[in-house]
Design a protein around this ligand. Structure first.
Ligand code: HEM
Length: 478
């Protein structure tokens, strides 16, 4: 691993627009936006159920249990996976100076992946969900998704393997993630279904839940941060030594964390304790990565005011730090006795999935849409509204749920009737609903801005003739 990328080794300057299939990046992002819209509706519906405002009471296909699964699956496989695939189609050819293996294959994967996402939604609505948390994709879709992940891996690994010169840290993360994701999906979706049962299946499921975050989402997301942040700040990453620690630390410790999802369960205690130790190790690893990014920001922090994509990225990093801080408490056995099964965990899930990764995707989209559409954003104000409504919304939602979890836990510890904890949760659940409305309003600003920008781009022929590197003066660091 080295700070030198293939760019610096190329004798002739290469036009990146020839390498990148920009239309596909755009399509992936649009698919991600449709998915998050459906997911947010599902989340809001579920939150309304909990405060007795469910508008579809008694409608089987719109029952909250199904919508909860659609909420989480549309986020994981629709929003997160599509955003990643779009961003990777942008970043990998630029980092390697090579095209992906096959353009047609890329389009085929795009279509096949949307079939996977839509079939998952349809399958869950019809009641075919698989009994594996985060693996609810019906069993008849699993083989298709598995083949899809294989095709994604070979399509992207080919340019990385063909790249000349030392590989930049992002490419290390990407390479590992393609292999890990394929293995993780197979483990979580096939092993508990067909081969193992009881506590062993529980242990595997815990591993699957955690590895989806740690070996699929995290390495791809950090890899993309290592790509975008130095470009936006126009300086190299602070320490390549630390980026090495981050990569190998993740590779070594993350896979050992899974069982911390099932502390105080019948899984043998020595496994639970080893997961706790590995989790503490991961927290230190994550800290090194965060220090590295803040070291890079050092001396350029004014860019956070002027550069909205950068602000999205660093807000996500603050949420990452807060998530790890929270995790350092919840991973202890004494704390688990109070917060297990409570909204503390739901707060944690929103803080990491939305507060970190969701915010990073919005940063990437804010940076890339003007380049893909070849037109600056229609309104900077709408970009600001998108940022503030979303950031404040997730902050309020996560804090509210974490606090709710503590109250719920103490209701249970004090052996009060179950109803007392449900009634005591009502004010928190109302605040969650309000925070959800704020987040959705933020997304509406984003969609309106995107629509108007797209209309302007179509209307202005002159603009569309310019190379895409000329766009977004407001978004580059000053
Ligand atoms: C309008 C905004 C949102 C609302 C109102 C909302 C609401 C909810 C609700 C009610 C649940 C079920 C909690 C339970 O079972 O007690 C849930 C679960 C979840 N949501 Fe959201 N959500 C929103 C946005 C998001 C976003 C944007 C993400 C990720 C990017 C996300 C990720 C999750 C995850 C990971 C879970 C599962 C939590 C767990 O099982 O511990 N949510 N959400």
């Amino acid at each position: 691993m080295n700070s030198t990328t293939s760019h610096e080794l190329a004798a002739e300057p290469i036009d990146p627009t020839e390498l990148v299939e920009e239309r596909l990046v755009l399509w992936y992002f649009l698919a991600a936006i449709v998915s998050i819209s459906i997911s947010l509706l599902g989340g809001l519906l579920m939150s309304m159920q909990l405060i007795h405002w469910n508008p579809h009471d008694g409608v089987e296909y719109l029952s909250p249990g199904r919508w909860r699964m659609i909420h989480t699956n549309a986020i994981a496989y629709g929003f997160i996976a599509n955003s990643f695939l779009g961003a990777l189609h942008w970043a990998i050819p630029r980092l390697t100076l090579k095209k992906v293996l096959c353009r047609r294959l890329s389009y085929f994967i795009f279509a096949a992946w949307q079939v996977v996402v839509l079939s998952t939604v349809a399958g869950i609505l019809m009641g075919h969900a698989q009994g594996v948390e985060w693996g609810e994709t019906p069993v008849w879709i699993d083989p298709l998704a598995q083949v899809g992940l294989f095709l994604v891996a070979i399509n992207f690994l080919t340019p990385i393997i063909r790249a000349k010169g030392p590989l930049y840290v992002s490419l290390w993360y990407f390479m590992a993630a393609f292999v890990w994701t394929f293995l993780t999906y197979a483990m979580g979706n096939f092993m508990p279904q067909y081969y193992v049962s009881g506590t062993s299946a529980g242990a595997i499921t815990g591993l699957f839940i955690h590895d989806l975050v740690g070996l699929f989402v995290t390495p791809l997301a950090w890899g993309l941060m290592y790509y975008f942040v130095p470009i936006l700040l126009q300086k190299p990453i602070w320490s390549h030594g630390l980026s090495l620690v981050g990569f190998w630390g993740l590779a070594f410790f993350y896979p050992l964390n899974g069982i911390h999802h099932f502390l105080l369960s019948p899984i043998p205690m020595f496994l639970q304790y080893s997961a706790i130790v590995a989790t503490v190790a991961v927290e230190f690893v994550v800290l090194t990565v965060i220090i590295n990014f803040f070291g890079t920001l050092w001396g350029s922090s004014r860019a956070l005011v002027t550069n909205i994509p950068l602000r999205w990225f660093y807000t996500g990093m603050v949420c990452y730090f807060l998530t790890c801080l929270q995790c350092s408490m919840q991973v202890t056995i004494s704390f688990q006795k109070v917060i297990h099964f409570s909204d503390w965990v739901v707060g944690h899930a929103h803080l990491v999935m939305f507060g970190v990764f969701g915010l990073w995707f919005f940063g990437m989209m804010t940076y890339l849409f003007p380049r893909l559409l070849r037109h600056p954003w229609y309104s900077r104000n709408l970009c600001e509204w998108h940022y503030w409504l979303t950031a404040v919304g997730i902050f309020v939602m996560a804090s509210d749920l974490i606090l709710a979890g503590l109250f719920q836990g103490y209701y249970w510890v004090s052996l009060q009737p179950w109803d007392a904890s449900v009634n005591g949760s009502q004010p928190f659940w109302i605040v969650r609903f309000v925070a959800g409305v704020a987040i959705i309003s933020g997304q509406i600003c984003f969609f309106v801005n995107l629509w108007k920008t797209w209309r302007l781009a179509r209307a202005s022929d002159v603009e569309s003739l310019l190379p895409n590197t000329t766009y977004g003066p407001a978004w580059t660091a000053e």
